[in-house]
Ligand binder design. Sequence first.
Ligand code: AMP
Ligand code: MG
Length: 408
Amino acid sequence: MLTVSAALTTVLVHAQPLASEIVPLTPALLGAVLAEDVPSDLDMPPYDKAMMDGYAVRMADLSEGCGELAVIEEVNAGQTPRVALSEKQATRIMTGAPIPTGADTVVMVERTRLADNDRVHIDDPSLQIGRNILTRGREMRRGDTVLRAGAVLRPQEFGLLATVGRTAAKVVPSPRVAVLSTGDEVVEAADTPGPNQIRNSNGPMLLAQIARAGGLPHYLGVARDRLDSLRPLVAEGLNSDILLLSGGVSAGKLDLTPGVLEEAGVVAHFHKVEMKPGKPVLFGTRERPDGRSPTLVFGLPGNPVGAFVSFELLVRPAIRRLRGLAVNDGALVSAVLTEDFAYRTDRPTYHPARLEVGDGGWRVRAVPWFGSADLRGLLEMDALVVLPPGDHRHMAGTRLPVLRLDFC
Ligand code: AMP
Ligand code: MG
């Protein structure tokens, strides 16, 4: 059976960044990857600018930063100085205002005292020429490349794009990810389940996981375990960049998903991965008629924790890759067990765990969990500790690999 790492490699071979598009810059693009170099359309600051409230002065009029000057004008941010400074003159100036001609230094207001209405006493022995002035173009010059293709849009990038007058930019779009739940026994959350029915937890959970990974979730509903129910919904899902199915991928008689996918032109690259939970997972691709990169198809296990874990291990990296982001190795850390933990397993197990930072680095504790159907066992966790196969008593102090899930 394929290892998780071999399965991930296979997924990533088929996951290519989506073609970039020019889109309006909205907060929804947080985390998107820029696909163009962005030049500045102006000098920043556009004029020599005061960085403090105080007085614009000529250094030559002071002796070691001290002296008394005549106040000739007051300039606020947004105003233009009308008078140039001459000998022994000062202009009262506010943060952000343009420096008057002739001035070469700004004394902060805390180092001054008004002698009478139009005279100011200055006492700042450490004063130097240019102090508290940001000269024109210091931050950027018109034509400078201020952002490069590949930059991830964080709040500061939005601010900078606005500074250079951009309201739209070329970015890699977020992948559209469709979710199809399957199962004759599955009803929606709003319904009261009959005697042999369960509510669809995977649908809402996967939609939220998609959103957390930066994809655009799209819900297709629940398909019954019948070909005529599955076929049209699978066909619809194949219009998305990624199609996730939950359930129906094991070896049961009504596990119809693999056959329906094959019939729809999906080429399976693997079915089953050496992991617990999540073993039945299937991955395939389907070419798209319009030449766009193929739709990635994941058949995730029906058991909620199997679906959750296989999403985090295989689907989240694929979404990142489609978004043009690096697949983040930083999500895997080495942590020290804080409590003894005995566990028997026949394949590498991703056990729900709680991670914290201690004096010596990461520390981890496995949380109580009853297996792949126990979604409630995930409430306490924020990470998955990776346990090797075998019958082990992992002692406190042992180091184990841990996958962080709060890491986007
Ligand atoms: P399957 O992979 O279809 O055999 O499903 C395995 C187990 O997961 C069964 O106990 C299903 O009832 C359960 N299951 C399947 N789909 C869902 C779902 N959408 N939400 C919650 N549990 C599910
Ligand atoms: Mg089923």
